[in-house]
Design a binder for this molecule. Structure first.
Ligand SMILES: [Zn+2]
Length: 197
């Protein structure tokens, strides 16, 4: 209930006022808020970005649901300000944005327009699905990844090759089981040879 009320706020100020009231009601000690800490500091973020293995993208300043905000100016501020700060800190263009929560009902035209004017090249939603060359780069779909699956299967899925490749996969697995049968046969063959000598 607290979560929903905070999520549905019409402005960041309204949400913070509500959360402040809840903290007071629940008598949350201020030490908890002070010790919250930052997950990464800017030096660590810069080091990770310079490694070439990790890239960083925008996700707003205060994580409001953009389509619920009353003021289009606040939507713009949330989207643009975070990329401006990141570009200043990282010294490179921030190319990607992720909409908070990110389902269709959390994204509206004002939000997409703010993302466009902030200069992001792509933006991702949490709407499940694959993208094609016809997809809107500012409303890309995403899929969940199973870490147990082989990366080649994932690559085939993402490239839209899974269906055409099904015969290849079944051929490969038949081949594998055939070679396993051959391995079982080999000791018997060597036994035969020994007997014939
Ligand atoms: Zn988020």
């Amino acid at each position: 209930m607290i979560y929903l009320h905070a999520r549905n706020a019409r402005s960041v100020a309204e949400r913070e006022e509500f959360l402040g009231m809840v903290r007071e009601e629940l008598m949350v000690p201020s030490s908890i808020l002070r010790d919250k800490g930052v997950v990464l500091n800017w030096a660590e973020i810069r080091e990770m970005a310079a490694s070439g293995w990790v890239s960083f993208g925008g996700h707003t300043m205060h994580h409001p649901v953009l389509s619920y905000l009353n003021d289009p100016g606040e939507v713009q501020h949330q989207v643009i300000e975070c990329s401006a700060i990141m570009e200043q800190q990282l010294g490179q263009h921030v190319r990607i944005f992720a909409y908070p929560i990110g389902k269709a009902e959390h994204i509206n035209e004002v939000a997409v327009e703010a993302v466009r004017s902030a200069g992001y090249d792509w933006a991702v939603t949490t709407i499940y699905g694959f993208n094609t060359p016809k997809s809107n780069p500012l409303q890309l779909r995403r899929i969940e990844i199973d870490m147990e699956r082989h990366w080649l299967l994932l690559a085939a899925d993402v490239a839209g090759l899974r269906k055409p490749l099904v015969p290849v996969f079944s051929y490969a697995s038949n081949l594998l089981s055939a070679s396993r049968r051959f391995v079982h046969l080999r000791p018997r063959l060597s036994q035969l040879k020994r007997q014939s000598f």
